[in-house]
Design a protein around this ligand. Structure first.
Ligand code: MOS
Length: 735
């Protein structure tokens, strides 16, 4: 189905099942511990052996020699694979050739061997006996130091490196009110609950991988390329995923080393990355340095806005696209953005929940707060004054929908923003200084092809198959709701099967595109199924209604199940998009409100209340969408207050590579959260008229926390995370 004109009325609009706060259909499996996660597939294949990954002890250089004899002689050892045994690995689309290092080493804890043994303990013990001599080379590990040598990167996922409209320099110089400030965000880790894990089994030259992966089709292709086998010989199975946040968009060492280990041991092999290994072995969100300049007239209208961002990555890597939102969020005739990329020898930087916008808004939305204060304008009014209904870089492109102002206004009302004292450091509650902060939320809505297959059987059940994944987001449930709505079924008459490369290729889970695109693919398949069913029972497809497990036309009514008597009816289709997303800028919007209390004596920060108002198209399931947003608000609070991968700049690795020292928020850190979705449906986005919220929810949160801390204390911290050491010496005198 080609979607190239705005959606008109369709069966989804009935909202009998869609739009309801349905419990997750996979909930019972999760809560009873019976959802089959990759490492727990003991039943999948017999005779599984265990692989243990050896990580490089240096960040940069090469292996001079590697001595395996003691390890090979250790009890239970079946095989050891190093780069020498494996031979040259193919270069997939996502750096997969580097998943087994040696002799050259690119980063700390890069895998250099997998030891396969009968038991996990034997594999781990033998891995300690692998002796490696390294020749260590110098490396660059400090973004601030490498910044001056940063280059202009090629256009990538985030568009061109630079954009410019009008005369930024002239307009900024002439502006009566100016801000020129630099902000930093640190390296961050996805820290998802489930570590990367895979079980590999070969049958001749055919490979099956039970794994934990967000993007089945990308990854099936990359496994094949890396191992030098045809894509059709690889099957990936990833039905349940314990979180990803972008860390599982790509094939990682667990999958490739399980496959290589299984080939060498002639046995199925399972590999999980241990928590202390995965943080340096896999990807992370790269640190940024961001300079923002804003010039405005005294009435608050922005006349010049400039955003430059520096980040680092391994040679050949990509920049963190932290300027993305500044290209689209606020009006202003004269504008510039630029991204620069430094070579760093740290582990690979890559996508983490709202790559680009999450760290970009952490900077931009403090800058907007600072600017509002300079202008003496309320920070909400300042944003309202600079709203735009068109892409400010390409004014011929309108936003398909944009209700940022309504998000800000409704949020202000619900959060009692009028009670905020605009003068910082004034509001006391016993030993606490109390303040409120606001930030805009913004994230794009990406359209990407997605296919599904639906099968109606004689019980009147419909089974959906698509290689879409559910990374904890609710995909199973919204796909079931879509199918139920389209076919006129109750939810329990729909069965959803996901995460298998033998199913039709979906959009996968990434970039908050999963909900809208995967359900649109299911919608397309259901339209086909409805047509086939109608034809089979002699109805005119355009007249047939699917309601209450019946197909109805005029005064005739036939049970849906009857259509599949004798033979199942199968339909398969994909949603594909025309150029609507070129004619319209499609984005999601929101406003985050935060109240904090800061201990007058210790500068300890406590978040007291949070509110997000989101405008993100039709909300397919308010319960799972709310879960996405409150999780994202929690993650944004972590980014504001605690998350930072600390670099050992001598040896080039992240020191706090476990969950004891890489701090993330816990329940006690987040007392009260509220989420409001503006009722809307965007007919430009898809037949579902939906968008995504999973990333929108984190966008802006960090800055809202920072702005609340400023309002509470009068201390402006521009370097995240805002730990108490950065506040303490600037805290107001205790009176
Ligand atoms: Mo997302 S960072 O594209 O999983």
């Amino acid at each position: 189905m080609l979607f190239d004109t705005p959606a008109t009325a369709n069966p989804i609009d009935q909202l009998k099942v869609i739009g309801k706060p349905t419990d997750r259909i996979d909930g019972p499996l999760k809560t009873t511990g019976t959802a089959p996660y990759a490492y727990e597939r003991h039943d999948a294949v017999s005779n599984q052996a265990y692989g243990y990954v050896v990580g490089s002890a240096i960040a940069n250089g090469r292996i001079a020699s590697i001595e395996l004899r003691d390890a090979k002689d250790a009890p239970g050892v079946l095989a050891i694979v190093t780069a020498q045994e494996a031979g040259k690995l193919g270069k997939g689309n996502f750096n997969t050739a580097k998943l087994l290092g040696g002799p050259e080493i690119q980063h700390y804890h890069q895998a250099i061997a997998v030891v396969v043994a009968e038991t996990f303990e034997q594999a781990r013990a033998a891995a300690q006996l692998v002796r490696v001599d390294y020749v260590q080379a110098n490396g660059a590990f400090d973004l601030a130091a490498a910044k001056s040598s940063a280059i202009k990167p090629e256009p990538g996922f985030g568009g061109p490196s630079d954009t410019a409209v009008g005369d930024f320099d002239g307009a900024f110089a002439a502006a009566p009110v100016q801000l020129d400030a630099t902000y930093t965000t640190p390296d961050q880790s996805h820290a998802m609950m489930e570590p990367h894990a895979s079980i590999a089994a070969w049958d001749g030259d055919r490979l099956t991988l039970w794994t934990s992966n967000q993007m089945i089709d990308w990854s099936t292709g990359d496994v094949a390329t890396t191992l030098g086998i045809p894509k059709e010989n690889v099957r990936l199975i990833s039905p349940f995923i314990g979180g990803g946040f972008g860390g599982k968009l790509f094939v990682r060492a667990d999958a490739i080393l399980a496959a290589l280990g299984a080939r060498a041991a002639r046995r199925p092999v399972k590999v999980a990355l241990s928590r202390p290994t995965m943080i340096n072995n896999t990807t992370h969100r790269p640190a940024t340095i961001q300079r923002i300049r804003i010039g405005a007239a005294t009435d608050g209208k922005i006349t010049a806005i400039g955003h430059e961002s520096w980040s680092g990555d391994l040679p050949g890597g990509q920049p963190e696209t932290a300027v993305s939102q500044t290209r689209l969020l606020y009006a202003g005739t004269n504008r510039m953005t630029a991204m620069r990329l430094a070579v760093l020898d740290l582990p690979e930087g890559n996508a983490m929940r709202a790559p680009g916008e999450a760290p970009g808004l952490m900077a931009l939305e403090i800058a907007m707060d600072e600017m509002a204060e300079k202008l003496g304008i309320d920070p909400i009014e300042f944003r309202v004054i600079n709203d735009t209904m068109v892409d400010p870089e390409k004014p011929e492109r309108p936003f398909s929908q944009r209700r940022l102002i309504e998000c800000l206004r409704l949020g202000a009302e619900r959060f009692s923003w009028s009670k905020r004292n605009p003068k910082p450091g004034q509001t006391r509650d016993g030993g606490w200084l109390v303040g409120m902060g606001v930030a805009s939320a913004f994230r794009n809505n990406l359209l990407t092809k997605s296919a599904a297959r639906v099968r109606l059987d004689s019980r009147g059940m419909v089974t959906v198959e698509t290689d879409m994944t559910d990374i904890g987001t609710g995909s199973y449930t919204i796909i079931a709701q879509t199918t139920a709505e389209m076919m006129g079924l109750p939810l329990h008459k729909v069965s959803v099967r996901l995460g298998d490369s033998s199913f039709p290729v979906s959009c996968g889970s990434g970039g908050q595109w999963g909900a809208n695109n995967s359900t649109s693919g299911v919608y397309a398949a259901c339209v086909k199924l409805r047509e086939t069913v109608a034809r089979k029972i002699g109805f005119d497809a355009s007249e047939a209604e699917f309601l209450d497990e019946q197909v109805k036309a005029g005064d005739r009514s036939v049970p849906l199940a009857q259509a599949a008597e004798g033979e199942d009816i199968v339909a398969e289709d994909a949603i594909e998009y025309g150029d609507l997303d070129k004619k319209y800028q499609q984005s999601t919007f929101g406003a985050h409100f935060v109240e904090v209390a800061v201990d007058v004596a210790t500068a300890e920060v406590r978040v007291r209340r949070m509110l997000a108002v989101c405008a993100a198209g039709r909300i397919l399931n308010p319960k799972s969408a709310r879960s996405q947003v409150i999780g994202a608000m929690t993650m944004g609070t972590g980014a504001a207050l605690m998350e930072e991968l600390a670099i050992d700049k001598r040896f080039g690795y992240f020191v706090n590579h476990d969950l004891a020292s890489y701090e993330v928020p816990v329940h006690a850190d987040i007392p009260h959260q509220e989420v409001i979705f503006l009722p809307e449906a965007d007919p430009i986005s898809s037949p579902m008229k939906a968008k995504g919220v999973g990333e929108l929810g984190i966008c802006g949160v960090g800055a809202a926390v920072a702005n609340a801390i400023y309002n509470a204390t009068g201390v402006r911290v521009r370097n995240y995370p805002i730990t108490l050491d950065k506040l303490l010496e600037h805290m107001p005198e205790i009176s």
